[in-house]
Design a protein around this ligand. Structure first.
Ligand code: F6P
Length: 298
């Protein structure tokens, strides 16, 4: 049996740990594992490497962020003809199964390939944690820990020099999960996210109220997708006559070693993906719902 792996879209911590575990599982059976380079583009160009467990096991993959296969945002995800071309390439290369790690767009393309007759397993992998059908996507925990690290450091100086407002912009595209997580953990006083829009007036009042309730400083996380970071900075500076400092975390949030939780999830996701393959259960996505790893339709 031949299995191809694709890491597609934005990379995330845990992708390499997943690949390592899948290679380990494959090495115990009669199965060849190959990895396409650069996401779906690798499938289009037949560009792949062997992921033999013996050759990759010494590469410290478990702890490495990014993806050893590189990733890419394939511009032809919505082009049905290209999808047929990818299917033909996979058939020609004798690939029996395709394992696709990625976010929403990448998994939608995986579903197209599945509808065309390719045996596909999807694996939700994006720091944004915004894939329908699963409560968890690989990389989210690492990304929210990165936010926490930044806020923790800001809090030291905020405590030493009270009275100011700190705005921390997070990644997440149009999904506010990362910014909201910092609020849910009690690290941010306010989270500004696309899913819960508020008016300028509401925000100003909210910040005023927090200061009058005794807050010594205010930390606000904001999802990049709102594209309002500098607007809110100026607004609050003028309305409250207080210093406002902006920190944009950017892609630091997407790199680095996966947390213990992401390494654990990578391993469990790989086991589940391999299980689906062994059971010949295709067109599925590995998912995590109600505290359990399982699978659902792509
Ligand atoms: O992969 C998801 C993500 O990291 C989003 O949080 C972010 O908006 C986007 O990718 C950035 O993508 P790129 O690195 O392609 O600009």
């Amino acid at each position: 049996m031949k299995i191809g792996v694709v890491t597609s879209g934005g990379d995330c911590p845990g992708m390499n740990a997943f690949i390592l575990e899948l290679a380990k599982l494959c090495s115990k059976t009669d199965c060849d594992l190959i990895g396409y380079i650069g996401g779906y583009k690798g499938v289009e160009e037949n560009n792949f490497i062997d992921l033999n467990f013996n050759s990759i096991s010494g590469m410290s993959l478990g702890k490495r962020g990014g993806s050893i296969l590189f990733t890419g945002r394939y511009e032809n995800l919505k082009d049905d003809k290209k999808m047929i071309y990818l299917k033909q390439n996979l058939n020609k290369s004798g690939v029996d199964w395709l394992v696709v790690l990625g976010g929403d767009g990448s998994l939608r393309a995986a579903k197209k390939l599945s509808d065309l007759g390719i045996k596909v397993v999807g694996v939700p992998a994006t720091i944004d944690n915004d894939v329908k059908g699963t409560d968890y996507t690989l990389g989210f925990d690492t990304a929210i820990n990165k936010t926490l690290e930044v806020i923790n450091d800001i809090e030291d100086t905020a405590t030493a020099m009270p009275g100011k407002i700190y705005i921390v912009e997070t990644l997440g595209g149009d999904s506010g999960n990362i910014a909201k997580a910092a609020f849910d953990q009690g690290a941010a006083d306010i989270a500004l996210i696309p899913e819960m829009p508020i008016s300028d007036e509401e925000l100003v009042n909210m910040v005023k109220e927090k200061f009058s309730n005794g807050n010594k400083y205010i930390i606000i996380t904001i999802c990049e997708g709102l594209k309002r970071t500098m607007h809110y900075s100026e607004l609050l500076q003028q309305a409250l006559n207080r210093k406002v400092h902006v920190t944009i975390i950017g892609h630091k949030q997407r790199g680095g070693s996966p947390t213990a939780y992401d390494r654990y999830m990578a391993k469990q996701f790989a086991k589940q993906a391999f299980d689906l393959i062994k059971k010949n259960d295709y067109g599925k996505m590995v998912c995590y719902t109600l505290g359990k790893i399982g699978n659902c339709n792509l």
